[in-house]
Design a protein around this ligand. Structure first.
Ligand code: SF4
Length: 693
């Protein structure tokens, strides 16, 4: 018979930045059912991951005790291992023994090479309190500036901050209901933000017009008034042509530009070469459609602009986003109901982790590391062994490890052994480290290289706050206890800090939140009791417990937005005779990043059980391949083997792969080149060859 529900607990879904609240129903310490709760972002809705992805919480592979690498087991033994295979590399340890070993290794590296030989890699999957405490440990405890997290692999906000002074959306997703036009660049929300997409579709069905910029087809295509299926990597040309057209035709918002925008004349000169005809040739679209779409956006009563990883995950991603922002600013489509800029974020707590300062280039609250007065605030607050300077980003940390500059690494919740570009380079870095401590909920590919493994509680098993893509800070309480000896990340970080000599014995979730809210300007007015009572609140607060869904004009940088000079830099590795395809990577609706959680869900695994190389049917004919045939996909970095799937939504000439499958890891193939502004790697364009295995 069916088990009777014994308890029900509420949490926030960990699988994307929409921040859906979910109720987990349990029987006998087993979760048997999840349903959408009435949260501020989802109003009862859940997607397939939120509904069926919860089984990871009680999966047999969960790390339930601290582990220490067995003597004589070299680190490279871990290459290619995951899950239970990893466990043989380690012996169980007590918390005291494991934390002592972790701290001893970090102290040893610091004594030999200095604090800057240590690096810390966090995650956007944890809570705000985890993120704040981890960056504080790095800077004030380790004495290293090298602190970053996985948001670096998709960062889409820096160009927004550069333009507006804001490192958060100017308008939340729900403002789409007030928009009559939406411009969406490089985003497939039905795959990556499904509940947000469901609200978007509601607006689109009610008459909001959609201009979609995406090389591939997607489920929102059928709602699009214009779908520009541009050649990969040509976003800047298209958006520049639209900008040029509205300027030349006098369709832009002259008053807004005169009063609120800097950099207009430079932009006018920069976009001058991009006539609709030139852009049409570069992008492979129709020039007349460029004019029609530009006219539609500029003439809208209110238009919202969204962008996603398709825009940002390029070595020229910042310029893609700058071009979209410039078009919106020139048209005055910012700062009113239904008008605004919205980078659709990746992981559940990207916004909160960045606000908390889990970044190498900003202190908490985006305070400037190059400003002595800002640094003094933290020197006064934290004391200790401070490192307040610009640090290395994710990929740069691993480059530095390979070069023998970084010797010790603390990884909290990240899985670089599958998530980083050019995995062979990442593996070489991991093998060469003197000391590696990994804190996670599962024995991931990265855990296999660790000296010490610290078992963490999952998000649903802890207390704290998270901040979604819409700037809503939500309080979370444990929906169920952690398994075995697993502990919340903030608690492990605290206990490690105490062993490194920091006086943090009394640190609690509440004390971390209150300290963070005191130094992060956007959290002004936030207090633990407020969140404990209300459950959630959107920043910026406007008085007692209320908030404004729009960042108003007053939040623009110095009252004026800045249009940054943008460049249409070329791609690094164009297809050629040996590698004639373009490799693009992405995500599926059913799986989440490196799959460590979603691939442990029987339902999600049944829906999407294996990696596939997606190719246009015409390309399969050209290669004399049929659906399911095994192929080798090769780039200059490596090769993987997997079956092909005919997919008419994929642009001809492109091979598309999801990043979530260790069996054919897409990042064996990707290229480590970084965007100079965002330091995001190129995940969407490199040359590849496809042939029958
Ligand atoms: Fe979870 Fe995102 Fe799906 Fe909501 S839309 S249920 S937050 S994965």
């Amino acid at each position: 018979g069916r088990a009777a529900i014994t308890t029900s607990g509420e949490t926030v879904c960990p699988f994307c930045s929409v921040g859906c609240r979910v109720t987990l129903h349990q029987a006998d310490d087993r979760i048997i059912w999840a349903e959408g709760a009435d949260g501020p972002a989802n109003h009862g809705r859940l997607c397939v991951k939120g509904r069926f992805g919860f089984t990871y919480l009680r999966h047999a592979d969960r790390l339930t005790m601290p582990l220490i690498r067995r003597p004589g087991v070299p680190r490279d033994t871990g290459a290619g291992l995951r899950g239970p295979q990893v466990m043989d590399l380690f012996r169980p340890a007590s918390w005291d023994e494991a934390l002592d070993a972790a701290a001893k290794g970090f102290r040893r590296v610091r004594a030999r090479h200095g604090g800057a030989a240590l690096a810390v890699l966090g995650s956007a999957k944890g809570s705000n309190e985890d993120a704040y405490l981890l960056q504080k440990l790095a800077r004030a405890g380790f004495g290293t500036p090298h602190i970053d997290h996985c948001t670096r692999l998709c960062a889409s906000v820096p160009p927004l901050a550069e333009a507006t002074g804001l490192a958060a959306v100017t308008a939340p997703i729900e403002e789409i209901a007030n928009a009559d036009v939406v411009l969406m660049v490089g985003s497939n929300p039905d795959m990556n933000h499904p509940v947000a997409a469901s609200f978007m579709k509601g607006a689109l069905r009610s008459g909001t017009r959609l201009i979609l910029v995406d090389p591939h087809g997607q489920s929102l295509s059928r709602f699009a008034t214009h779908h520009f299926r541009i050649a990969p990597g040509t976003d800047v040309a298209l958006l520049s042509a639209m900008t040029r057209f509205v300027i030349e035709e006098g369709l832009y918002d002259r008053v807004f530009v005169a009063e609120r925008v800097e950099g207009f004349e430079a932009l006018r000169r920069r976009v001058a070469p991009f006539t609709p005809e030139v852009a049409a040739h570069i992008c492979g679209v129709k020039s007349e459609e460029i004019r029609t779409a530009a006219r539609l956006f500029a003439g809208a009563h209110a238009a919202m602009t969204f962008w996603g990883m398709g825009a940002s995950q390029h070595a020229f991603g910042a310029d893609n986003i700058r071009a979209a922002i410039a078009f919106a600013l020139v048209c005055g489509q910012v700062g009113r109901p239904g008008a605004g800029l919205h980078p659709l974020r990746g992981q559940n707590n990207v916004q909160g982790s960045c606000d908390a300062g889990l970044l190498p280039n900003y202190l908490p609250g985006y305070r400037d590391l190059d400003d002595a007065a800002e640094c003094a605030v933290f020197e006064h607050l934290w004391g200790g062994r401070m490192s307040l300077s610009q640090g290395l980003s994710v990929v740069e940390m691993f480059d530095a490890a390979r070069l023998g500059v970084v010797h010790g690494l603390y990884v909290v919740g990240g899985n670089p052994a599958l998530a980083n570009p050019d995995l062979a380079a990442t593996r070489a870095a991991l093998v060469g480290l003197d000391h590696l401590v990994v804190q996670d909920i599962f024995p991931t590919e990265t855990v296999a290289y660790a000296d010490v493994v610290l078992p963490a509680a999952a998000l649903a098993e802890r207390e704290g706050t998270v901040t979604n893509t819409d700037r809503i800070v939500q309080r979370i309480t444990p929906a169920l206890p952690p398994p075995g000896a697993a502990r919340p990340d903030w608690m492990i970080i605290r206990d490690l800090a105490v062993r490194l000599g920091l006086p943090w014995e009394q640190v609690s979730v509440e004390s971390i939140f209150e300290e963070m809210a005191g130094v992060v300007p956007t959290l002004k007015g936030f207090h633990w009791p407020l969140l404990a009572k209300a459950g959630h609140a959107r920043y910026p607060l406007q008085g007692e417990g209320t908030s404004d869904s729009l960042f108003g004009d007053g939040f623009l940088r110095g009252e004026r937005a800045l249009i940054a000079p943008l460049d249409a830099s070329g791609v690094d590795e164009a297809p050629d005779a040996e590698f004639p395809f373009i490799l693009m990577t992405g995500r599926l609706r059913e799986h989440w990043h490196t799959g460590s959680m979603t691939r442990r869900s029987p339902v999600l695994e049944t829906l999407s059980p294996e990696p596939r190389a997606h190719l246009h049917p015409d390309d399969l004919v050209g290669l004399q391949l049929a659906a399911g045939d095994e192929v080798e996909v090769r780039t200059r970095r490596g090769a993987v083997h997997l079956p092909v799937r005919p997919d008419a939504s994929i642009r001809p000439g492109v091979v598309w792969m999801a990043m979530s499958f260790f069996e054919a890891a897409a990042n064996e193939l990707t290229i480590g080149r970084l965007d100079p502004t965002t330091r995001v790697p190129e995940f969407k364009f490199c040359a590849a060859a496809v042939k029958r295995k």
